[in-house]
Design a protein around this ligand. Structure first.
Ligand SMILES: [Zn+2]
Length: 117
């Protein structure tokens, strides 16, 4: 069972993470926009580098969006009073698991099950 202090700490960490991700949004977005050729270098290689950089920026952005979604869901669960219970099986999630990642929504058993699928 999570104490109010635990919940308070998790909420703070989640809000900080979310603020940091939101703060970086513009920077990440810039990287996903049209590939600009580096004028100091020429040829195919620099274009490939640029495309690769863009692909990486897109992957980073997708990861960030998924993480923000999880953080928002975790914050919603704190408000609803269901935070700390697995979103699938409703068993309590181990506190150590929440401490490692407060945005964790499912217990270890459910996480392992979904990875196997
Ligand atoms: Zn579960």
């Amino acid at each position: 069972m999570l104490s109010n202090d635990d919940l308070h700490e998790f909420r703070q960490r989640l809000e900080q993470d979310l603020a940091a991700l939101e703060g970086d949004a513009e920077t990440r977005k810039a990287g996903t926009e049209t590939v600009e050729l580096d004028q100091t270098r020429t040829g195919r290689l620099s274009r490939m580098d640029a495309l690769q950089g863009q692909a990486m920026a897109k992957a980073t952005e997708a990861r960030a969006l998924r993480r923000m979604e999880r953080i928002r869901a975790a914050l919603r669960r704190i408000d609803e009073g269901t935070y700390g219970d697995c979103a699938r099986c409703e068993e309590p999630i181990a506190v150590g698991r929440l401490q490692a990642d407060p945005a964790t929504l499912v217990c270890i058993a459910c996480a392992e099950r979904s990875e196997q699928r």
